[in-house]
Design a protein around this ligand. Sequence first.
Ligand code: SF4
Length: 215
Amino acid sequence: MTDINLTIDGEEVAVTPGTTILSAAGETGVVIPTLCHRPELSVEGNCRICVVEVEGSPRLVASCHTPVSEGMVIHTQSARVLKARKVIMELLLAGHTGPCVTDECARECEVHCLAAELEVGPPRFGVRRRRFYPVETLSPYVRRDLSRCILCRRCIRACTEIAEKNILHMAYRGFSSKVVTGCDEELNAEVCRDCGVCIEYCPTSALLKPSEEVA
Ligand code: SF4
């Protein structure tokens, strides 16, 4: 199969057809930040943190699910890209912001760590909870605080593709979108056992072991 030739941040690269921009960048040592993406999970491209600029394209594209094509010229660090990533992160934080913006768990939160990497400053957008979700403590295995959820869906994919349990799925729309079990029931020991895979994949403190402290 003939390789695809492209340029990433000024470097000429040749990769096999079907390779995504994210993977092609990785092969050249260019790191593109990601959030909803995990190499071992299926690709969703829902967070848009991994956007890059492709010359000739009017829009920024999500690198995790965009395949390379011959002659592409890609910029992963242009001013437009960096600005877009910051705004995307600010919007994610606006939806995610709970007490953990200021409390101890912010230090452990992948979202807040990435925000720091992207040099996101103090919030410019009004803090808005999609809805108030009471913390779920019924399960002896998973403590869920969906007010801290950023809807990255990593837990759903991990539950389905790694744990092969299919317990979690998305429900509702827009600001009401929510990761649910069954018909939006509280997670309990009947449906969810102690594999803990969803907790490992959650980039926030929305999912924790009941024993873990939350400030
Ligand atoms: S609970 Fe965690 S892993 Fe699941 S969608 Fe929300 S932030 Fe992502």
